[in-house]
Design a protein around this ligand. Structure first.
Ligand code: EPU
Length: 285
């Protein structure tokens, strides 16, 4: 009863971009041990295994995903616990939920999380950020399943993190994390929450997307670069560069993964040819 499983689960149901073929085996554990058992079972047999949370920064190809996909959302993975100035959240908790729980408890520092569509697990793995704050700015510690199949907890200073990249959490799987904030007056927190959602509503599209497609290169923000190259509203099939923000590709519901990938390649080619910039994708492909 620790695991729920399905065969050929369509990934377009589990990504905010609404594209992608099926996951061969779809597994939903509800305890850390259940998660560990599923991963260790696969590793011992050479079965590919990966973890998908909210799928908000993920592009799944039409061919789907071979092997096992673990989706931590049930049981302990959805827990949020507040103790003093600290909030501990399971990998399957949405960042928006962490922001609103912190708000209810009078804690500041979490407001930027209002602007993150994904879950804690994915945000830790990629060091998600918004409004000038990154996930690891606020982490106290992370509990994860390591390469040897052991569950371990490490503090922030023991985990190397970079802009949209935490190498260690590519090899290990985050299970939960503790974040730290500070007490503040309700108006201060409410104001910052509003600023965060206002920024998102006014500069980013509402339509289905995978968040920012590219990491910001040194030259200028990727959205500005795509804009400068004249790609706003450009489309491949039903995949279209957002009018609101050049670093978003939107899907009106009928786009395919191939169309999204085609548009990404078109942009990368022009950035390379005209600006000598090698755009790196932020979305996981
Ligand atoms: N800009 C344009 N044209 C556009 C889009 C942006 O000229 O089409 C300009 C803006 O006017 C601004 C600059 O580019 O001067 C930067 O734009 P913005 O403030 O929107 O920030 P960003 O660097 O594009 C980053 C994160 C977002 C995060 C926002 C808000 C990356 C790749 N993106 O965007 O994160 O939401 O800041 O804090 O680091 C994500 O990671 O998926 C994501 C959306």
């Amino acid at each position: 009863e620790d695991l729920q499983a399905a065969l050929y689960e369509p990934m377009k149901k589990h990504t905010t971009m609404l594209v992608g073929g099926p996951a061969q085996f779809w597994v939903q554990p509800s305890t850390h041990q259940g998660f560990a058992n599923a991963v260790n079972f696969c590793r011992q047999r050479g079965v590919p295994v990966r973890v998908v949370g909210r799928g908000s920064n993920l592009l799944v190809r039409e061919g789907g995903i071979r092997g096992v996909v673990i989706h931590p959302s049930r049981g302990v993975f959805g827990d949020v616990v507040v103790e003093g100035n600290r909030v501990t959240a399971g990998a399957g908790v949405r960042f928006k939920k962490v922001a609103s729980v912190a708000q209810k408890h009078g804690l500041t520092g979490f407001e930027w999380m209002e602007g993150i569509p994904g879950n804690v697990g994915g945000g830790l793995r990629m060091n998600a950020g918004a409004m000038g704050t990154e996930t690891f700015d606020q982490v106290v510690d992370v509990t994860f399943l390591d390469e040897d199949g052991e569950i371990r907890t490490r503090t922030r200073s023991e985990i190397e993190s970079f802009y949209r990249n935490v190498p260690e959490l590519r090899r290990n799987f985050a299970l939960c994390a503790t974040f730290e904030g500070k007490p503040a007056d309700a108006d201060v927190i409410n104001g910052k929450m509003q600023e965060s959602s206002h920024k998102r509503r006014t500069t980013q599209p509402l339509a289905a997307s995978a968040g920012c497609i590219f990491k910001n290169p040194e030259l200028m923000p990727a959205g500005m670069l795509v804009d400068t190259l004249g790609f706003k509203n450009e489309s491949v099939g039903k995949a279209r560069v957002s009018l609101e923000h050049g670093n978003f590709i939107v899907n009106d519901g009928k786009a395919t993964a191939d169309e999204v990938l085609g548009l990404i390649e078109k942009i990368r080619k022009k950035a390379r040819e005209e600006k000598a910039v090698e755009l790196e994708t932020e979305v996981q492909i």
